[in-house]
Design a protein around this ligand. Structure first.
Ligand code: DQA
Length: 189
């Protein structure tokens, strides 16, 4: 029987009352119930865990090694800046499916994902259904494992944060940034 761990990150305990225009009115308890029902129907096992603490989530990822076949992770805002979380995901061989209720790509520029290069795939924008789609993806991956392309993780591919300006807005493509800034004219003595 495939075993999946679902991890909910910071502030997701407030689902149902937190910015319902963005995250909907479904509570975390209801999402966990739907996940358990889907897992039962699929003949799989699911455990769910929520924490507002980065280190606790990292500990839980480490402990998942050898105990779960796949992980569904909504890292909340840690998604956007936590390199510790990214390294923890890269450090374990359990495949991770990244999920978000909202479509992070259609929101503020700072909502890039620094974990995207080390997860198996991402589901974003389907409200509470993102979790159920994530669980289905996790079960598919567990049934047919293939290695996460870790070579991307350390290959110096473009860091999403590097595509942003200091105020958090996205750089225009090919704007060049500092390295292509025009040099000040040289004064002649
Ligand atoms: C979120 C999106 C994040 O940007 C945000 O910080 C969250 C929730 C989502 O599920 O849409 O806390 O991960």
């Amino acid at each position: 029987m495939a075993k999946v761990l679902v991890i909910h990150g910071p502030n997701l305990n407030l689902l149902g009352q937190r910015q319902p225009d963005i995250y909907g009115t479904t509570t975390l308890a209801e999402i966990d119930r739907r996940l358990a029902a889907l897992a039962r129907a699929e003949g799989a096992g699911v455990d769910t865990y929520q924490s507002n603490h980065e280190g606790a989530i990292i500990d839980r990822l480490h402990a998942a090694q050898g105990r779960y076949d796949a992980i569904v992770l909504n890292a909340g805002a840690l998604t956007h800046y936590s390199y510790s979380l990214r390294d923890a995901i890269a450090a374990i061989s359990v495949p991770v499916i990244e999920v978000h209720l909202s479509n992070i790509h259609a929101r503020e520029a700072f909502r890039v994902s620094v974990i995207a290069p080390v997860v198996r795939g991402q589901i974003s924008g389907f409200g509470a259904d993102s979790y159920l789609l994530g669980l289905r993806a996790a079960l598919a991956v567990a049934a047919r494992p293939s290695p996460t392309p870790r070579s991307r993780a350390g290959a110096g591919l473009e860091d999403p944060a590097a595509a942003m300006t200091e105020d958090g807005s996205r750089r225009a493509p090919h704007s060049g940034g500092a390295s292509r800034r025009r040099r000040a004219p040289q004064r002649r003595p």
